[in-house]
Design a protein around this ligand. Structure first.
Ligand code: CP
Ligand code: NVA
Length: 328
């Protein structure tokens, strides 16, 4: 069985790695704070080396199976290219072409995968599916997005903020929009790394209350200030980062019209940017919908760092792959 760190706040912050054990990344807190800081250092080095034409064979002979039950642009490409740049190979598996789609269980699939592959990545709907995969296999499992969490995204986002600001200390991030998988992961990631976070959503669309409570408990140990609210103008005061995501996540298309009405005054736009700190960074996990969760002016304006943020998926995920697959 692949192991995750669990959810005891102190273990998460300090880490408790057993040498030689199989590790997985199902939630951002499956790494400790110091391990995430190490990931940032490795990603910084890999990014510089890539720019200087240094190539690597650190994962030579290693394979990553990538199962996608939902669409993807960034996650698929960055993991596939990342494995290639480290000397390994990624195998893209669309669920419609797997026997899983015809009823083969996750458990049986997991057992077979561990005989061929060195790690598995899964993008799916129900978070319990990545948990089951990790339970049933002896190789690392990477959550490439579920309805509940998107850990690789938040690690790339935190890395981007650290890279741009030099430090995460004292940074205030304001997430505005839907209390979805990205918001849930932001809550855990910010609480763990000591980043102040305010999550602003319409009434009835807040983040998972259990995750908010878990984040607040962790924040009481790390010193982060975690807040939730419904008033965008109030929430953005003092923001160093303004962050948003789609109002209609994958699998929610039937609710699109009702959601667009409920979220209409929650757009990240130039008026909100003016209320934040003068050098506020605008971030979005992408894909973006200009005119919905973000205005074209905010998305393409001088405060936007969305393309650097997207690029950093590649660098941080290479660091994650090295950590989980044992490369140096
Ligand atoms: N941000 C993100 O995960 O993008 P994709 O859905 O394109 O992978
Ligand atoms: N919340 C979005 C993120 C896409 C990367 C979704 O789940 O569709």
């Amino acid at each position: 069985m692949a192991r995750c760190l669990g959810s005891e706040p102190l273990a998460l912050i300090e880490g408790s790695t057993i040498p030689g054990e199989t590790r997985s990344l199902l939630r951002v807190t499956d790494f400790s704070r110091s391990e995430i800081e190490e990931l940032f250092d490795v990603a910084t080095r890999l990014k510089k080396e890539r720019a200087n034409g240094v190539s690597h064979r650190l994962l030579e002979g290693k394979t990553l199976g990538m199962i996608f039950r939902k669409s993807s642009t960034r996650t698929r490409i960055s993991f596939e290219v990342g494995m290639f740049q480290l000397g390994g190979m990624a195998v893209f598996l669309q669920d419609k072409n797997l026997q899983m789609k015809r009823g083969e269980s996750v458990a049986d699939t997991a057992k077979v995968f561990s005989r061929y592959l060195d790690a598995i990545l899964l993008r799916t709907y129900d978070h319990s599916e990545v948990e089951e995969l990790a339970k049933e296999t002896s190789i690392p499992v990477i959550n490439a997005l579920t309805d509940k969490y998107h850990p690789c995204q938040i690690l790339a986002d935190l890395f981007t903020i650290k890279e741009k600001k030099g430090s995460l200390d004292g940074v205030k991030v304001v997430y505005i929009g839907d209390g979805n998988n990205v918001a849930n992961s932001w809550l855990l990631g910010a609480a763990l790394m000591g980043v102040n976070l305010t999550v602003i959503t319409p009434e009835g669309y807040g983040a998972d209350p259990e995750i908010v409570a878990e984040a607040k408990l962790m924040a009481s140990k790390t010193g982060a200030v975690i807040e939730t609210g419904t008033d965008p103008a109030l929430g953005v005061q003092g923001a160093h980062v303004l962050y948003t995501d789609t109002w209609v996540s994958m699998g929610m298309d039937a609710e699109a019209d009702i959601r667009k009405k409920a979220f209409a005054v929650y757009q990240l736009d130039e008026a909100l940017i003016k209320l934040a700190e003068p050098d506020v960074m605008v971030m979005h996990c992408l894909p973006a919908h200009r005119g919905e969760e973000i205005s074209a002016g905010a998305m393409d304006g001088p405060n936007s760092v969305v393309w650097d943020e997207a690029e950093n998926r590649l660098h941080i995920q290479k660091a994650i792959l090295l950590k989980l697959l044992g490369g140096k």
